[in-house]
Write a protein that binds this ligand. Sequence first.
Ligand code: ISL
Length: 557
Amino acid sequence: MGEHWWQRAVVYQIYPKSFQDSTGNGMGDIPGITSRLPYLATLGIDVIWLSPVYESPMDDNGYDISDYRAIWPGFGTMADFDEMLARAHDLGIRIVMDLVVNHSSDEHEWFKQARSSRENPYRDFYHWRDPVDGHEPSNMGGVFGGSIWEWDEGTQQYYLHCFSRKQPDLNWENPRVRDEVFDMMDWWLAKGVDGFRMDVIGMIAKDTTFPSGEPGPTGYAPLHALIQDERVHPWLREMRRRVLSKYDTMTVGEVGGATVETAKRYANLDGSELSMVFQFEHVGLTGSPERGKWTTDKPRLVDLKRVFDRWERGLEGVAWNSLYWDNHDQPRAVSRWANDSDEWRETSAKMLATCLHLMKGTPYVYQGEELGMTNFPFARMDQINDLEAHDAYRMLTQDCGCSHDEAMAAMREICRDNARTPMQWDDGDQAGFTTGAPWLEVNPNHVTINAKAQVGDPSSVFSHYRGLIALRKESDLVVHGTFRLLEPESEELFVYERVLSDERMLVVCSFCDHELPYRVPAGYAGAEPVRAACNYTDVADGIVRPYEAFALLARPT
Ligand code: ISL
């Protein structure tokens, strides 16, 4: 099997609403992205994953699509899109679209037709059920809180929505839905886009008996028993056969419940389904049955290492991994996994980069991560836009008995808007993001954390990312070497080894703010430091310094 281009690639995720505004209306847009392509070329990334830019009522910032073949006017026009794609390709950057087809918007023409009457030919594009004893047909709760069922007064039935009520779930059992989705994908690929990130693709197959379950503290049963992800595979194979096989694409499936075993089917290197999956195990290490993810708990390093180790070894030679610390649904990497204090932010952000980028898989950089952008000091709910956070605040304060301060502490730790504050381009007013009033507040720390200060500075977090991205391009060991976890029980060090024929690399990352004694394994004595991986100017003997990262390369003598 030869190398696929996406195995050597680094992906950069753009959340368009927060990246760069070109009009002064306070929201990012496509011409703004185009204007920043040279920045991305300097960073050296290969692929942009573009969060949705399609026509949308913006209930969930574009993850609720009302026309899959049109651009939301707030982001620009189709001509702006074509221009962005052409300029990106000129710079050797590919663009992967977000494909959100578990659900559409309730303002999509299909849904408008579907809800117009029970006899409408689009009725079966969605899931409709009669009431049971005058209530919802089942007691499951959705991802954003509340029931998964919404009553439709006009046609006297409930429709299914696993996310907000403005995101009705499409019925993939209906072959006409698949025809429409595949035609639409073909249309974008023929236009020249380079692939798709597939939103919650593991959720498209449901148990259509719609069972109830044991209710939790909110009164609703958890959703997972509804999802039948083993039934997704035939549909993905059909998608491969009918659409993807005609193009050279990168595809990444967001599969929240993926295990190493199921990922071997989704992301098999035989190319039968997708290029890779986004799995959630490492981002789901905290939380509680009562409060879901809304706690201030920090993940334990031993747990984190166990998860990475299992995925790295489990997929070896069979399927391909994606590697990420954060995205638009997660808090900021340096705040979540390391230390965002003034003293350690830069060092620990670089350490996280080394730790992730030298593992096996395709690394993802979420906008601003390459600058060490941090969580936001949210104090009030009116500073938060995300619908999920507002549902959670109600749940925390009404169902779980939390005080306002406790709920806000959880928001500061984990809410999605931490990652959605505007990109910090410079230290000026609104961080160079907009000349108007930004849709979400700019983090006050943009005066110190910004691209302008970092791009030309060889000691910056940005330059560290740039070095690691360049290293992957030239190193077969980084792309193809096998992974072995060392020191699995250490609560402070993440140590691993990569091996490719007679070359070996040791990667040592400290997740703590004090010095530790550490001796490199025999065999690495006299090995050469990998400069791009190191966040101190030298490699010390016998100790690892706070948040230090280094790598050593041992070649046969
Ligand atoms: O953010 C989450 C909960 O805290 C996740 O469970 C998230 O809902 C899940 O990862 C699915 O995410 C994707 O689909 C959602 C959208 O809101 C997210 O932004 C998107 O990444 C619905 O389309």
